[in-house]
Design a protein around this ligand. Structure first.
Ligand code: EPU
Length: 424
């Protein structure tokens, strides 16, 4: 795996374009199994998870070809139904092929996604929803083996103990569009990525109402066609770039982003004292002073995303005072805390809440990334730290950020990528 060295203390400044959303692109790619004609997806981020899902889809008989950021998918062989463990275990979004395979091909064999560095991530709600649509499901040596002659519409409640499930909603929605009759999904995820998936399915010919609310209605159709769809901008990447500017005491304009997708985050950024301005498709941030301590609770949309809590924690280490960061979606997602403390932060973590005593200053250190967003938090900390920070295992970062190092360098960061053998 590669690592980054970052020389902290540079004030970031500049304009940068947001990439397409990984978490929208992945379920949309999986739903392309449903299409009877070619699919063209624009603004697909070139990140490792997208490449991995491309390989899963190749195994399932789809051809994939790239032209710039346009990904073309077409079913060449509609008979394979088995997704490989070696690929799905790398990335939980691989499980999103289950619903589309069942709906389109009548059967599926998909590995249960394993444990993960951000905590317990069951798929019981995915399975409950598919069973309600009439699928016959059993577990066989770590694989979900699913069959259904034709799915039948049903009323399904997807709300779980920690709120709605995002990829669970994607799986059930993608299955229901070809079911016989109507499906009502209650407790559906309201995330913009699910809305984007819904728009893609509608472009294929699906009939869906209620996107963006917690009740989605689907009227099943016999067949879907093809589509040409532009993936939404990555709100998590956009906010990570804004937080990078904030932690450096600098400024940035992120373009191509939907400011409405980040309302809760922008409000909190204003609370820390940053000057925020936005238009429909761009957000600018100017940080003139060190951040004020501001508490956050990560929640399902429209709350602060759990995918930003690690980066926020990094920012709060510079605040002048105490703040708390709670993650109600993944209460164990705090692996970055020990690494931030190695850089001089003072963070204590208990029962899903990190308490941060802002130290005003971090110092460079060698740290190791444990997952995608933790990697981003360590990079942000490195931008602010005194001296040199080396972030190991940035392969985690490459799973979901498109060329983040180059984007940050474009804003003035001093950082470079090395192969591990250069820095044993
Ligand atoms: N949950 C259940 N049962 C289920 C599914 C989920 O109890 O069957 C629980 C989870 O344990 C968690 C909560 O419900 O406590 C929400 O999990 P969710 O299913 O929504 O997570 P996910 O769909 O597996 C997606 C994103 C994650 C993001 C979460 C929350 C994708 C590919 N992944 O995961 O993104 O953190 O939603 O917003 O869309 C990332 O990009 O770094 C990332 C981890």
């Amino acid at each position: 795996m590669s690592c980054f060295t970052i020389v902290g203390g540079q004030r970031l400044s500049g304009v940068i374009a947001a990439s397409g959303s990984k978490n929208a692109a992945l379920p949309i790619m999986a739903a392309s199994i449903l299409a009877s004609r070619p699919v063209e997806l624009r603004r697909v981020p070139q990140v490792a998870d997208v490449q991995t899902l491309g390989m899963v889809l190749n195994d399932l008989g789809l051809t994939t070809s790239w032209s710039g950021d346009v990904l073309r998918l077409e079913t060449a062989d509609a008979t394979p139904i088995r997704a490989r463990y070696r690929l799905v275990r790398r990335m939980r979004a691989g499980f999103c092929v289950l619903g589309p395979l069942l709906a389109k091909r009548g059967s599926a064999i998909v590995p249960l996604p394993g444990g993960c560095n951000i905590g317990d991530r069951p798929v019981d709600l995915h399975l409950k929803g598919l069973a309600a649509l009439g699928a016959d499901l059993r577990l066989d040596r770590g694989y979900v083996v699913a069959r259904a002659r034709r799915l039948v519409g049903a009323t399904i409640d997807l709300s779980g103990p920690r709120g709605p499930t995002v990829t669970g909603t994607a799986n059930i929605l993608s299955a229901a569009v070809l079911a016989r009759g109507n499906t009502l999904i209650r407790g559906a995820a309201r995330e913009p990525e699910i809305v984007d998936l819904g728009h893609f399915l509608i472009a294929l010919g699906a009939r869906i109402d209620g996107l963006g609310t917690s009740t989605i209605e689907v009227a099943g159709v016999e067949q879907l066609g093809g589509a040409n769809h532009r993936v939404i901008a990555d709100r998590i990447e956009a906010a990570t770039l804004l937080l990078a500017a904030a932690i450096s005491g600098g400024e940035a304009v992120v373009t191509g982003v939907v400011a409405d997708h980040l309302t809760a985050v922008l409000d909190k950024l204003a609370d820390i004292g940053a000057r925020i301005e936005f238009a429909a498709d761009r957000i600018s941030l100017l940080a003139e002073q060190p951040p004020r301590p501001v508490d956050i609770v990560a929640e399902p949309y429209p709350g602060i995303p759990t995918d930003l809590q690690a980066q926020w924690t990094a920012l709060m280490t510079l605040a002048n005072g105490r703040s708390t960061v709670e993650d109600s979606v993944f209460p164990s997602r705090f692996q970055h805390v020990a690494e931030l403390n190695r850089m001089g932060a003072r963070i204590e973590c208990a029962r899903g809440v990190a308490t941060i005593d802002g130290a005003g200053q971090l110092c460079g250190a060698r740290v190791t990334a444990s997952d995608l967003r933790a990697s981003a938090a360590l990079v942000l900390a490195g931008l602010a730290a005194k001296g040199e920070t080396m972030v190991h295992r940035v392969g985690h970062l490459d799973r979901g950020y498109e060329r983040l190092d180059l984007k940050l360098r474009g804003l003035g960061a001093r950082m470079c990528r090395h192969n591990l053998q250069d820095h044993p």
